[in-house]
Design a protein around this ligand. Sequence first.
Ligand SMILES: [Zn+2]
Length: 262
Amino acid sequence: MTTLLARLAGLCALMPAVVLATPADATIAACALDMGTTLDPRATAALERIDGAGRRLLALRSYLRSGQNLAERWSWSDGQIAAYAGSQEQQDMQREIERVREAFAAINPGYELWVNPQVRSLDTQLQNWNTNASVETAGAQLLDALQAHVAPSKLKHGCATRAGAAIQQFLLSYAPSPAPSLAAPGLSPHGQMRAVDFQVHRADQVVAGPSVATIDTDWDAAGWAGRLDTAVRSSGARFLGPLNHPREPWHYTFVPERVGAQ
Ligand SMILES: [Zn+2]
């Protein structure tokens, strides 16, 4: 018992106090960090900044599932964001956004589309992930399911064991419920400015914004999802979408010309 307590005390030093809901959670949260050390160092560092075992496991699952694609999907650094400003790709995307805006304004007089022109930094994604309610709920469900699958007592010798391998296998096949409304930190398509969230504005008022809570009312009942989609398609702009899993009727992915030209 003394040994276990000493180990848990050591783990506590690694994590913010807020994550220590139970010793079992702490053990699993530390395990998630251990497993993360095999990933791209940027993902390893991101995991250390995620609060709580559930949120951390949920992110680890996404990182493991990204496999070889993680590096190319990873959010831009400050240097890459600076290089994008004024680049050909930025100009191309801006032109495509303008085509959608014009098509939308022509068929919806008095309304306009607005797009946040900022790349979503890793810091912002981490902050969102650590505070988002759907991530909290999905993380708690994942933690419960995992503890039913692998008893934390089996992890007292660390994660480089069969129990650790069992956790990894479990994460790779697990489908989160509910589906989190955010991509894991570092993997948001907004982190490379390859996606845009359109908003419908009238004068200075947001008529339909990028919020899951407004999908039923503003996007479906009021019809803005359909009107936005009509504008995107009729404009012929190089966007794919909208995002279906999780459903975000405002989210479209930009396809740079060189991708289609290959
Ligand atoms: Zn989006």
